[in-house]
Write a protein that binds this ligand. Structure first.
Ligand code: NDP
Length: 447
């Protein structure tokens, strides 16, 4: 089996050798899915996985725009349309200086499996730009978003490809992007999700990824007759996903002690309660400040510069910032401090080493493609409401989100339970996600 997997990975490396994040994501899937393929004749010998690692389409384009000082700036834009066998391409847009084809291909590849897991008919895609929104004025953000959409609009559409937000793309950016799409196409359609509530957005969409990550962790804890009540939770990031993961953890009776951004983390031993979280939301979403400013407001807390929060004692860890933010050493620290559950809010935040350590210690570990799927699932619900020209209540959307997270958890158990009863959520999510897409691809022939 090892040889089959390594032959496959060698083949993928020939074409994508310069894309480490993409190779990392493919390797994780190959190690769990290839043994399944080999045991099942309907998939064996059809090169389904080999077809799945090649994007159906990869668009790269120039984005020229003028900054506030009148200087012409040039960025690179991308849209990766990875797989549309089970529905139109769906996945976020990331604006961050580190964005490149490797990062977007890893995200688009993961998205295919994640979207399949949601039970909704959505294919996988991802896009973005190496544009850095930090320190830009609202007008600069608007000019950039308009310039970006002036090319992207010809590649997307409500039945073709429906982008959403990701790192650096929140409701403000979705608004500017939507405005330009509407103007160029002269139509009002649900072509983007994460829209404002008065122009087609869904209730609970902003909360969905963070809430879903916690709902998934709740489902995992339930398998051990446990829950969030009284647990200490360590969270990384302080953006959209982190904020709502913190809110839901607090609502379920846990104590949240950390949040972070790319400059370091804050530790509040008294707990970041709902009022303090409100301060963080204002700081990050309205003032666009840094997390270090928290300690000025709450002097009993501390800011640890340049570090991640994984050395802090906790029961539950929710990595909600970015890829590869939790490595093997971090995993060792979490385990020796007694952590029993890790639910990924970010995409691929744990390295391969870290995942191995969690599995060896047999703690509850959920990969992002399962545990953070609530965001795209609720985007799917936004698309449904747009098509119906209808709006569900907050309670209705939240209930559907909970049910979807439960179903994803169930699929992971179905495909991921080991002989000794341990649930390997990585294996479960990869195989469950694969089966639905592979079946559709086989049914549709070689296209
Ligand atoms: P935001 O832009 O709202 O927040 C990102 C947070 O992560 C910020 O606190 C940011 O800090 C921090 N961060 C970003 N890059 C780094 C880095 N290189 N090192 C350390 N910290 C970093 O993004 P989201 O909350 O939307 O996304 C967070 C993660 O969740 C991403 O992995 C994303 O792909 C994933 N995700 C998001 C979904 C969504 O619905 N938004 C859906 C599913 C997954 P700083 O401000 O300093 O950059």
């Amino acid at each position: 089996m090892k040889e089959i997997i390594s032959d496959f990975l060698d083949l993928v490396k020939v074409r994508n050798g310069h894309e480490p994040e993409f190779l990392q994501a493919v390797e994780e899937v190959a190690e769990t899915v290839i043994p399944y393929i080999v045991k099942h004749d309907i998939y064996y010998g059809k090169n389904v996985l080999l077809r799945m690692v090649e994007p159906e389409r990869l668009v790269s384009f120039r984005v020229s725009w003028v900054d506030d000082s009148g200087e012409i700036q040039v960025n690179r834009g991308y849209r990766i349309q990875m797989n549309s066998a089970i529905g139109p391409y769906k996945g976020g847009l990331r604006f961050h200086p580190t964005v490149n084809a490797s990062i977007l291909k890893f995200l688009a590849f993961e998205q295919v499996f994640k979207n399949s897991l949601t039970t909704l008919p959505m294919g996988g895609g991802k896009g973005g730009s190496d544009f850095d929104p930090k320190g830009k004025s609202d007008n600069e953000i608007m000019r950039f978003c308009h310039a970006f959409m002036s090319e992207l609009f010809r590649h997307i559409g409500p039945n073709t490809d429906i982008p959403a937000g990701d790192i650096g793309v929140g409701q403000r950016e979705i608004g500017f992007l939507f405005g330009m799409y509407r103007k160029l196409k002269n139509e009002f359609t649900g072509v983007l999700t994460g829209k404002g509530l008065t122009w087609g957005g869904s209730l609970i969409r902003p909360e969905a990824t963070g809430y879903g990550t916690v709902y998934f962790a709740e489902n995992m804890l339930r398998t051990q007759d446990d829950n969030f009540e009284g647990k200490t939770v360590v969270i990384s990031g302080s953006g959209n996903v982190a904020q709502y993961a913190a809110e839901k953890s607090l609502q379920l009776g846990a104590k949240v002690v950390t949040l972070s951004d790319s400059s370091g983390y804050i530790y509040d031993s008294e707990g970041i309660d709902l009022e303090k979280l409100k301060f963080v939301m204002q700081l990050k979403n309205e003032k666009r400040g840094r997390i270090s400013e928290y300690i000025k407001e709450y002097p009993n807390s501390k800011f640890v510069k340049g570090e991640t929060p994984w050395g802090v004692v906790c029961d539950i860890a929710l990595p909600c910032a970015t890829q590869n933010e939790l490595n093997g050493d971090d995993a060792t620290k979490l385990l020796s401090n007694g952590c029993i559950c890790v639910s990924e809010g970010a995409n691929m935040p744990s390295t391969k080493d870290a995942i191995k350590k969690f599995h060896d210690a047999k703690i509850l570990f959920a990969p992002g493609k399962a545990s953070n799927a609530g965001g795209v699932a609720t985007s799917g619900l936004e698309m449904t409401q747009n098509s119906l020209r209808y709006k569900w209540t907050r309670e209705e959307v939240d209930q559907k989100l909970k049910e979807i997270m439960e179903e994803i958890h169930q699929s992971c158990i179905e495909y991921g339970k080991d002989d000794d009863g341990y649930i390997d959520y990585v294996k479960g999510a990869n195989i469950a996600g694969f089966v639905k897409v592979a079946d559709a691809m086989l049914a549709q022939g070689i296209v």
